[in-house]
Design a protein. Structure first.
Length: 314
């Protein structure tokens, strides 16, 4: 166990210590709690350290140097923090390291350089974790835990001394995007899909049809429709042109031809065929009532279009 010249009970509550370095690891925008806390405490015990035991935030910096208010006369608190720097066994080249686990439910304030470029700072509210390697200063505050005689240190602020970068879990590095001329105004954040918030199809519902009814539908009968031709088939009624005579038109006005009701979209092929046949019959009945003598069609003959010299192909 290391021998320190300053103990925690010598610290003055409410005083601050500034320590600057390169960010090696941090969890600043959310608490380590629940299952994550249990796993973290287990790792600490396995590495011979004391478990934290409470929700907390954490930060580790390398090349750590205490920013003395007066280098010639360091405070007790500054000495306390400086003595607790350590050398990493896994990475001794990283210089003096410093770590803090800040207990409590308050998240530290993260300050980043203002875009104005005037040396001022803005609070970072992006909710993203800072990236490794950033030049930062940790602002520590001495506090006295309830029911404990000794004092402790909390992480109150993290001051970033360069343009912020953020931890990117498996995404494309911003440097790679910038090298290709792609620069975001604000760091992008991953978006999680929310179950049940997708389209109607994604929710298991049937999509609303946007297509009109196909070419089998038959138009509503018009007032000047010619008399039906007995020899015509259903297919011919759908495809053959209908002749209109000027003499027959005036007599149509008082006749109200039946208008077929709008059919529901889920109409089956059998229902559609029955409807077409019914509409076809109604159209024939409406045509025979229009002022031509019985047995005569609009061509002045017996009603047979072929006898009038008109032949339909197909």
């Amino acid at each position: 166990m290391a021998n320190y010249s300053i103990s925690a009970n010598q610290l003055t509550e409410g005083t601050s210590v500034f320590i600057r370095g390169k960010l090696a690891f941090a969890r600043l925008t959310s608490l380590i709690e629940g299952a994550a806390l249990a796993a973290s405490d287990q790792r600490k015990v396995q590495n011979g350290m004391s478990p934290v035991g409470k929700p907390h935030t954490t930060a580790t910096i390398t090349e750590a140097e205490v920013q003395f208010a007066d280098p010639a006369n360091p405070t007790v608190e500054e000495q306390f923090v400086s003595e607790r720097r350590y050398t990493s066994k896994k990475n001794p080249a990283s210089g003096a390291n410093y770590s803090i686990d800040s207990k409590g439910t308050n998240l530290p304030i993260i300050a980043i350089p203002s875009e104005k470029g005037d040396g001022t700072y803005d609070q970072d509210t992006s909710g993203q974790e800072l990236a490794q390697g950033l030049d930062v200063t940790l602002v520590l505050r001495v506090y006295k835990p309830k029911n404990f005689a000794n004092r402790g240190l909390s992480l109150d602020q993290v001051i970033v001394h360069e343009t912020p970068r953020y931890y990117n879990a498996g995404g494309v590095a911003s440097g790679e995007l910038a090298a290709r001329g792609i620069v975001f105004n604000a760091p992008p954040r991953a978006v999680q899909a929310q179950p049940g918030s997708g389209s109607a199809v994604g929710n298991g519902e049937e999509p609303v049809a946007t297509e009109v009814e196909d070419g089998l539908s038959f138009p509503a009968p018009q007032p000047a429709v010619a008399a039906p031709v007995p020899a015509q088939t259903h297919a011919q009624v759908l495809t053959e042109p209908v002749a209109v005579t000027p003499q027959a038109a005036p007599a149509v006005a008082p006749v109200a031809a039946p208008v077929p009701a709008v059919q529901p979209q889920q109409e089956t092929p059998e229902q559609k065929l029955a409807r077409l046949e019914r509409e076809n019959a109604e159209l024939k009945n409406a045509g025979s009532a229009v002022g031509a003598p019985a047995g005569q069609g609009p061509w002045g003959g017996s009603g047979d279009a072929q006898q009038a010299g008109i032949t339909y192909q197909g």
